[in-house]
Design a protein around this ligand. Sequence first.
Ligand SMILES: Cc1ncc(C[n+]2csc(CCOP(=O)(O)OP(=O)(O)O)c2C)c(N)n1
Length: 683
Amino acid sequence: MNAKASSTAAVTPLERRGQPAAAPAVAHAQMANAIRALAMDAVEQAKSGHPGLPMGAADVATVLFTQFLKFDPADPAWPDRDRFVLSAGHGSMLIYALLYLTGYEAVTLDEIKRFRQLGSITAGHPERGHAPGIETTTGPLGQGIANAVGMAIAERHMAAVFGESIVDHKTYVLASDGDLMEGISQEAIALAGHLKLNKLIVLFDDNGISIDGALSLSDSTDQVKRFEASGWAASRVDGHDPAAIAAALEKAQTSDRPVMIACKTTIGFGAPTKAGKSSSHGSPLGADEIKGARAALGWNYAPFEFPADILSAWREAGARSQSAHAGWNTKLAALDTAKRAEFTRRMKGELPAKALADAVRAVKESLAATPKEIATRTACEFALESLIPALPEMIGGSADLTGSNNTRTKSMKAMSAADFSGRFIHYGIREHGMAAAMNGMTLHGGIIPYSGTFLVFSDYCRPSIRLAALMGERVIHIMTHDSIGLGEDGPTHQPVEHLAALRAIPNLLVFRPCDAVETVECWQLALEAKNRPSVLALTRQNLPQLSPITLDSNRCAAGAYEIAAAEGKAQVSIFATGSEVVVAVEGKKLLAAKGIAARVVSIPCFELLLEAPQAARRALIGDAPVKIGVEAAVRQGWDAIIGSDGIFVGMNSFGASAPFKELYKKFGITAEAIAEAAMKKLS
Ligand SMILES: Cc1ncc(C[n+]2csc(CCOP(=O)(O)OP(=O)(O)O)c2C)c(N)n1
C-alpha cells in the first residue's frame, strides 16, 4: 500500500519560492513512510501511544514540511518562522518524527526511543519547552487550534507595528475530528473568520474515526460548510495524494481569509488489519501488524533505521528555509536601530523596566495626592491609563463585557480585519476562545495579552488558564465582579468557589487587591511574572483606599502585609483579601473598643505568601492565639493560613440576588461577625 506516488509534486511551489526545482531524489511516499515507521516503532517500544494519527496524516505533514513550512531547525526560535501546531496532541509521534527527520538537533533518535519515558523530551503529548519546535502544549483537544488563532492574531499585529519586511509568516494547524468537535473550536473558528486571519491554515485530518469508533456514532457535521459559514475558505482533498495536498496548500498561500483543507485520510494508513479503524488510534499496533505494515508500505528497514537517502532528503527539507532565514536576518539588520531593538525586546518578552516603573509610580503618586474610593475594576482602568502607553506589548480585550470589566482605556483602538494595529480585541462572548487565543499570542511572542470577563466565567476559561500555567506563559486575566459584592445579578453570577479553584492551579498567580493602590501593585507583579499567568479578581463595588503607599517598593510582592497593626501584642490576627479587607479593618475597630488588640493582614496574593521563605511567612502570619480569615468565598485553601482551628468568615453556599450590602449581612460577612467570633474564641 502506497500513497499516490508523486515524486515531482514538490516542484512548482518550490520553484515559486525561488528554491531549487530539482525533482526530489526520494519519492514522497518513502519520506512519508519514514514518519509512519518511526511512529509505529516508537509507540511499540513505549508500549503506549497513538500510532493511528501519525500514520494517517504522514502524507499531509510530509507535503507541508518539505514544500511549504518556513522553518529552520538550526534556529527553532527564529521569530519569522511559520508556526506549526499539532492540535491533535495525542498524535505526538507525528511532530517528534518531523522534528527528528528535519534535523532539530535536540530531537535525537535516542530521545524518540525514550518516547513517553520520564525525563525524555518526547512526552506523551507535545509539551512546549521540552523539545524545540513544539510551539504549544497540546493534548486537550481544541486548544491547539484556538492557540493558533492567537498566534495568527499576534502575527498580524506585529506585522502592523513592525512591518511585513520582518513579520510575515503563516500559522499551520493539524487538527483532528476531536479538535473540531470540541466547543472551543467554534469560538476560535468564528473569531478567525471574523478577523479574516488569512495566514491561518488548518489541515483537518478527516479520517472519520475517533476512540469510540466511526465518527458517525456521534457527529454528522459538514465541516467544510461549517468553516465556510464562519468566513473561511474551505475545501476537500485526498489526504494521501501529495499533488492534491500541495495544490490546496499552494492556493491557500494567497487566500483573503483563513483556510481549512479537509484532508480525507485513513487512520493507521498501512496497517494491514487496523487501518481505517479505531483500533489503530491509541494503542501499539503489535508485532504482527507492524510486520504487515512494513510489507504493505514497502518499508524494509529495521526499527529506528533510516536509509541515508531518505534521511538526507528529510534533512534537505529541513534546510530549505536557510536562505529565507538569512534574508530575514539582513532585513532585520537593515531596520532602524531603535525599531530593531524594540522588536528584539518584545520578542524576548523583556519589559521596558523604566517605563513600567515610571507608570506605576505615576499612578501611586496620583493616589497619594488624591485617594480614590473606587471599585478595583475602576482602579484597574486607572492603572491601565498609565500602563498602556508605557507598554506597547499589552493587548487588551474583553469577552463582550468591555464596559463592565473596564479593560479598555480611552486611547485604545479596537483591532479589526481592516486594522490590526489596534490594541483592544472584542473577543465576543467567547471566554474559552479568548483565553486560548491569549495563550497563542504569548507563545508567538511580542505580546502580553490581558482579558476581561466576570470571575464566575473563569470556569469557561479554565482549561486554557491551566495550560498557560503548565507552559509558564505570561497571560493576564482581568476578572471582575469577584464575589457576592456584585449584588443584584444573583447567584449565577456570584463566584463562590472560583478563587479556591483558581488557587488550586499550580503556577497561577491569583491576585485579589483591596483597593486602588494594591490594584496597580498587583498589575505590576502580574506583568513582571514572565513565566506565570495571573488572574486579577476585581470588584464591582467601591472600596476605600486603605493601603499605605510606598513609592519605591511593592508591598504586594510579599503576597501579604500588615495593613493595620495591633495596639500592643495582638490577641487576634485577621486575614482578609480584596473587598473584605475593609470589613476586617472595621472588625478590628470593634475589637479595639472592647479592649482586644487585633491586627489586620491584607493578602492580595496567596501564592506569593505561601511561596515566601518560611521565616517571612511565619512573621506575617504571626502567633496571635486567634486567627480569622475573611473572604466572601468558600474556606477551601484558607487553612494554610489560619490553621484548621482558625475562624473563617465567608461563604458556604451560593449567594443570592439582592443589593450587595444586604447580601453581606445575610451571609454574615460583617465587622460584627468578626468581632463576635473573636470574642467567643477568646472567652
Ligand atoms: C478535551 C479532550 N477530551 C478528550 C480527550 C481524549 N481523547 C484523546 S484523542 C480523542 C479522540 C480521538 O479522535 P480524533 O480526534 O478523531 O483523533 P484520531 O482518532 O483521528 O487520532 C479523545 C476523545 C482529549 N485528549 N481532550
